[in-house]
Design a protein around this ligand. Sequence first.
Ligand SMILES: [Zn+2]
Length: 333
Amino acid sequence: MDVENRPSELVGMVTNLGREPLTDNEGRLHRYSVSPAGREDSTKFTEELITFIDRLADPVVERGHRVLGCGISVSGHVDQGVVRISYSAGWGGPKAEDAFPLEEQLVSLPFGVALDNDITSLALHQNISGRPRESYAVVAVLPEGVGGGLVIHGGTWRGSQGMAGEIGHITTRIGKRACHRCGKEGCVEAYATPYALLDQAKPLGITDLEELASRPSTEESIVKLFRSGGRALGQGLEPLINWVNPASIYIYLPPSLSMENRFLAGHAYREEVESEIQHSFSTGARTRLFYEVKSGAEMDALGVRAAASLVLGRLIDHVEKQQDPKSLLRRPN
Ligand SMILES: [Zn+2]
C-alpha cells in the first residue's frame, strides 16, 4: 500500500508487488484533502493520515489480502523515517528540534511503514523497474517544487542525512528572486516551477500554465520567463553533472515545459536547459537527458507507485544485507 503526500492533499492506492493497482481496488487513486486543522497541526495531520491509510487498507484486508507495508513519499528533506522539513506537508522546520518523526508516529499501524523523499522514491522505483545498473539522476519539476534523486552504481544514494538530490534550492545566477519555500534568493525553485512562472506572469493576467506556454514566441516578455525557468533548472543540473557525472538525467516535466513547437513561448524552457548544461566541465555536457513528459494526473499515479516501491526497496535491502543471501532462497525442509 502506498500514500503520496501533496500540499494539503493525500493521494493513495493499494498495489500488488508489481506496484500495479490491485484489480479489486479498480486502480483508482484515492484522495483526501487535509482539514484546515490538519494543515495547522502536525499531530492532527498524522491522525488524518492514519485514518486515510486505514480506509485504504481495511477493504483489502477484508478481501483476504495481506498488506506487506505502507510506503509514504513526501516532498522535502526526509532522513531515516524523520521529516526534517517538508514545506508542502507542513512537517518539520528549519531548526533541528523541529524534525518530525513520522515513521515513529505511525507505529500503531498493523504493518511497517517506509518513508522517503518523493523524488528519491521515484529514482528507486525507476531503478527497481529495470534500468541499467549505472549512475543516473532523476529530476522532477512539480507544480511548486523541483526535486532530485540519485542512483549510484545501481543503488539509491540518499547522502549522510537523506538530503542528497535537493536540487530545488541550489542557488542560480539568474537573479535575486526569493524562493517562496526557503526564502533564499535565486533558488532554482524561484524560477523553474509552474508556480514561479505563473507568479511572475500575474501582471499579464494569465493564471494557467498551458495558456502561458501556448502564447506565440514573439511575445518576448513571456518567452523571457520560460528562458529564466529553463536556465535556472539548467544551472541546477550543472553542479550535479560536475559533482556526480551521471550517465543520464531523467527529467520529469509537465507538458507546458516540454513543448516541441518552437513558435510557442513554452519551447524556450527546454532549449535553455540544454544550453545551460553546456557550461559543465569537459565531457559533462554530453550527459544524456531523457525527458519524461507527464501531466499532473500521470505524476500522481507514478508517485503512488514510487511510494509502493519503498516497501519493495526495504525488502530488497534486507535480503542484500543477509550474510548468506543464498540461504533465503533454499527450499524449506
Ligand atoms: Zn529555496
